[in-house]
Design a protein around this ligand. Structure first.
Ligand code: ACO
Length: 401
């Protein structure tokens, strides 16, 4: 029970756990994290090995099916993906209707939700074949949708996907291609993008994934559930942090106060300012993804002639790692701290960064949704509450209030 004023309410056994910091919402065999030592594994495979040897399509297969594919399975999976990259002409029209300066995340969320209006033939959540078809449609169309949002913002003409390219090559083409010109994928950009997508592909029960599962637990279809995940990812405390980091670095760089003064403001919690890209609910150690990304950032930025913002970022990290405030709270760089610098070097505008996170996280959301829908233990997600409002009041007419 719990006490409100003088009333003791009998609530039965209800745990109160804001932010679900200690509540497991499901069992899962997809992703393992040890936050104390900084370990991340997909289906048992260490993230470092996958980032080095695998590619995003293979990792998507692994997350969804539980095992690495054989060559034959890979070819079938990849081939089916290549066949689904084009979006319906009417879906493209959505992008004409959005305001030109709209943020791309809500555009993407709306387009993903709208997929269930275009593919009404594969919405049965318990039909494996239909779920499989929606899986391919989502994985293949999400990069196209993301690029439509990007090019809408930039006022650029649409570039159609080319099925002779891999998923990541195609993604770069639809974002950066020029009409009527062959697109030559840049190998370093492809490698960096592949790796970033792999690192973002799943992270167990984070806010957006839990959202996908919760929405899906009502047996809403895959498109609707994933659209909800995109919206959950948009916030600055989750996926939105990657663009917030770049904005922060730009502000520090443009102001007369250097990184030291900024860090004083963070520590004094002035105006609630936080060091974006630092801290994590689960990692109380260096985020293993941030370690891998730091190396890629060096490679990509070296080629593009460097970025003074990288020095600002490195300085902030150096201060944080030697400062009691951060050390005591176990605040280390998370995945978002260095990604923005890479995205920027590849040519993406800041407001696209969170969309890139969404493209990467998609196979994880799908794998988790599928695990949820097939789990006999699944029940509709319906948390309890601790009621703190008034009890049993009599209605008063307007003139008596
Ligand atoms: N900068 C300064 N102080 C911080 C930061 C930060 N980035 N993160 C946490 N703290 C402080 C809090 O003020 C709090 O201090 P207190 O004990 O004196 O009050 C303490 O550390 C614990 O912080 P909580 O907010 O309780 O930690 P929580 O687990 O709820 O939050 C979160 C995790 C949201 C990621 C947080 O660290 C944060 O806001 N980071 C910045 C945003 C960010 O980078 N988000 C991306 C997360 S990773 C991802 O989504 C891929």
């Amino acid at each position: 029970g719990y006490r409100i004023g003088s009333l003791l309410k009998d609530t039965g056994a209800v745990t109160y756990d804001p932010g679900f910091a200690n509540t497991a919402s499901s069992s899962s065999s997809i992703t393992y994290i040890d936050g104390d030592t900084g370990v991340l594994q997909y289906r048992g495979y260490p993230i470092e090995q996958l980032a080095e040897h695998s590619n995003f399509v293979e990792v998507s297969y692994l997350l969804i099916h539980g095992e690495l594919p054989t060559q034959e399975q890979y070819d079938a999976f990849d081939g089916r993906l290549r066949g689904h990259t084009i979006v319906h002409e009417d879906l493209r029209r959505f992008f004409r209707a959005f305001p030109y300066d709209a943020h791309p995340m809500p555009m993407v969320a709306a387009a993903v939700a709208a997929l269930s209006t275009f593919y009404q033939d594969d919405l049965d959540v318990f039909d494996e074949g239909q779920v499989d078809t929606s899986t391919f449609r989502l994985l293949a169309k999400m990069p196209t949708i993301a690029a439509l949002a990007h090019r809408k913002n930039m006022g650029l003409p649409v570039i159609h996907p080319d099925n002779s390219l891999s998923l990541v090559e195609n993604f770069l083409r639809v974002n950066f291609g020029v009409p009527a010109e062959d697109y030559e994928p840049d190998p370093l950009a492809v490698k960096a993008m592949d790796q970033l997508f792999i690192l973002h592909a799943d992270h167990e029960q984070n806010c957006s994934t839990s959202t996908v599962r919760l929405v899906g637990s009502s047996q809403a279809n895959l498109f609707q559930s994933i659209s909800a995940g995109v919206n959950a990812l948009a916030g600055p405390l989750h996926g939105g942090a990657n663009s917030a980091v770049l904005t922060m670095l730009e502000e520090i760089s443009a102001s007369d106060d250097g990184p030291e003064k900024f860090m004083e403001r963070v520590k004094n919690k002035e105006d609630g300012v936080r060091l974006m890209g630092f801290g994590h609910r689960v990692y109380k150690n260096y985020d293993p993804r941030a370690k891998i990304i730091k190396k890629t950032a060096d490679e990509v930025l070296a080629r593009s002639g460097g970025d003074p913002l990288l020095e600002v970022a490195q300085k902030l990290e150096e201060i944080a790692l030697a400062d009691d405030y951060f050390v005591e709270r176990k605040l280390y760089p998370n995945v978002d701290f260095y990604t923005g610098l890479i995205y920027k070097a590849l040519g993406f505008p800041t407001n696209m960064f969170t969309v890139l996170f969404a493209v990467g996280r998609l196979p994880g959301w799908i794998a988790q949704w599928r695990e949820m829908i097939n789990d006999p233990e699944t029940k509709i997600g319906r948390p309890r509450q601790i009621y703190t409002g008034a009890y049993s009041r009599d209605y008063k007419e307007m003139n008596e209030r």
